[in-house]
Each structure stands twice: as structure tokens, then as C-alpha cells.
Design a protein around this ligand. Sequence first.
Ligand SMILES: Nc1ncnc2c1ncn2[C@@H]1O[C@H](COP(=O)(O)OP(=O)(O)OP(=O)(O)O)[C@@H](O)[C@H]1O
Length: 255
Amino acid sequence: MIEVQDIRKSFDGEEILKGISTVFPKGQTNLIIGQSGAGKTVFLKCLLGLFRPDTGKILYDGEPYSSFSDEEQRELRRQMGMVFQGGALFDSMTVEENVMFPLRMFTKQSRPTMMKRVKEVLDRVNLAEGQHKKYPVEISGGMQKRVAIARAIVNRPKYLFCDEPNSGLDPQTATVIDNLILEITREYDITTVINTHDMNSVLEIGEKIVFLQNGRLEWEGDKKVIFKTENEAVTEFVYSSDLFRKVRKAQLQGL
Ligand SMILES: Nc1ncnc2c1ncn2[C@@H]1O[C@H](COP(=O)(O)OP(=O)(O)OP(=O)(O)O)[C@@H](O)[C@H]1O
């Protein structure tokens, strides 16, 4: 679980996060949504420890980041997996080498032990063995996302952060990737936080949704209540998507 208590963050005198408080429970998919420029990426980077909030606290399973020693901060980083926008795989490394990278960075395991774990996670994300020795450019976008997820979970993280995990994917593949993240989150009881623009994701895996607007937490809820909210900023954002407009129309027609 990650608990955020009234965090603020400014750049060059401009306040970007204006006092955000929320809780991201473990074992479920937590989504951050909002208009471009709302502060979603800055928020995610604060959760990752890449930005230090100016004020406020972030607690990881009850422990405030500010109380961690250098060693504990390093351990926390080891417990974090990240799926970057676009996958961010290393082009010069094979699929296996990409997935092995965090093991080489954070552990002193022997190569055969690391390879066993790499195969395990590549199996878990359903990437066929024939793809393991290929380079990222030789596999499809959906497969690249599977590799990125495998790399993010190889160190058995307690926290998983995904930045636009569906960008560049067709809707069907995007749904498969969303559901893979959901399954893994439940199976390993991970605290997962996903930054997304994708309304399909909201529908599929919005177990908790945090809506940011101009650096403030404007609304929070889940995929069931997001349709019923009367918060104008949320409805304007949600129904700007074609899919949600159709769902809304069907709801109004009692379908
Ligand atoms: N390192 C930085 N230095 C200064 N300003 C920054 C920095 N990072 C982000 N900002 C500013 O913070 C604001 C929010 O940016 P952020 O990237 O968090 O938005 P976002 O909600 O993720 O948008 P998008 O959906 O377009 O990615 C923007 O005005 C941006 O210019």
C-alpha cells in the first residue's frame, strides 16, 4: 500500500502538485487519469522517488520515505518495477538480456539462477520461447510490452508503476496488456499505479481511479462510479472519449 499525505511540488516557483492526499491499496490496479499537463507524470515520479515533494509525506507500507536511510532507499528502489511509456527496452540487448538487466543491477545471483528466473517471467507474460533471443526491433509492439512487464516484475517488486502502458497498441492488444497487468497485480499482491489516458483501461481495470486537475486531486472512485459522478470536470474528461459517449448514450436509453 502507498499512502500519500498532502504532497506539494513546485518547479521554478510554479506549484505543479497542490496538496495531494490519497491511498493506493495493494493487490489492485490504481489508475491516475487527467488532462494533459494535470501533473500525472510529476506525481508518478514522486511515487517513484525520482522527485522529492517539497512538503507532505509518502508512506510505503506504512513507512515514510523521509525516514529511510540510503540503504533503505536502495532497497525500496529494488522493490519497485517500472513499465515505461513505449517500453523503453535496450535496443542493443536481446529480450533475455533486457529482462535480466535488473537482476544484474540489484542482485549477485549466478548466471544460471538469473536465466531460470528470466525464463519464468517470460513464460508468465506468455512470450513464446522462440522470441527470447530476439532483439526488441524484431518483435511486435505488444510483445515488447510483455517484455517490459517481465523486466518490471523480474525482481519480485512490491510496487509496480506503469506510465501509459498501452501507448501505441491497437485496442485489442491494449486490453490484453491491461489484463496481464491486472492478473500479475493480484497474483503477486503488488501495489500497482498506472498513469493513463486510455478510457478503455478505465473501463477494464479501473479498480481505483484518481482524477487530477491542475495539480489537485479533483475526484477519486472506481470504474463503477465514474459513470455516475456529477463532478463536471470528470464527466467532461470521460465523455470526451468516443467510447464513453456511446456507453453514456446507451445508459440514458436504458440499454
Ligand atoms: N522537471 C520539470 N521541470 C519543470 N517543470 C516541469 C517538470 N516536469 C513537469 N513540469 C511541468 O509540470 C506540469 C505537469 O506536467 P506532467 O508531465 O506531470 O503532466 P501530465 O499530466 O503527465 O501530462 P501528459 O498527460 O501530457 O503527460 C507541466 O506544466 C510541466 O511543464
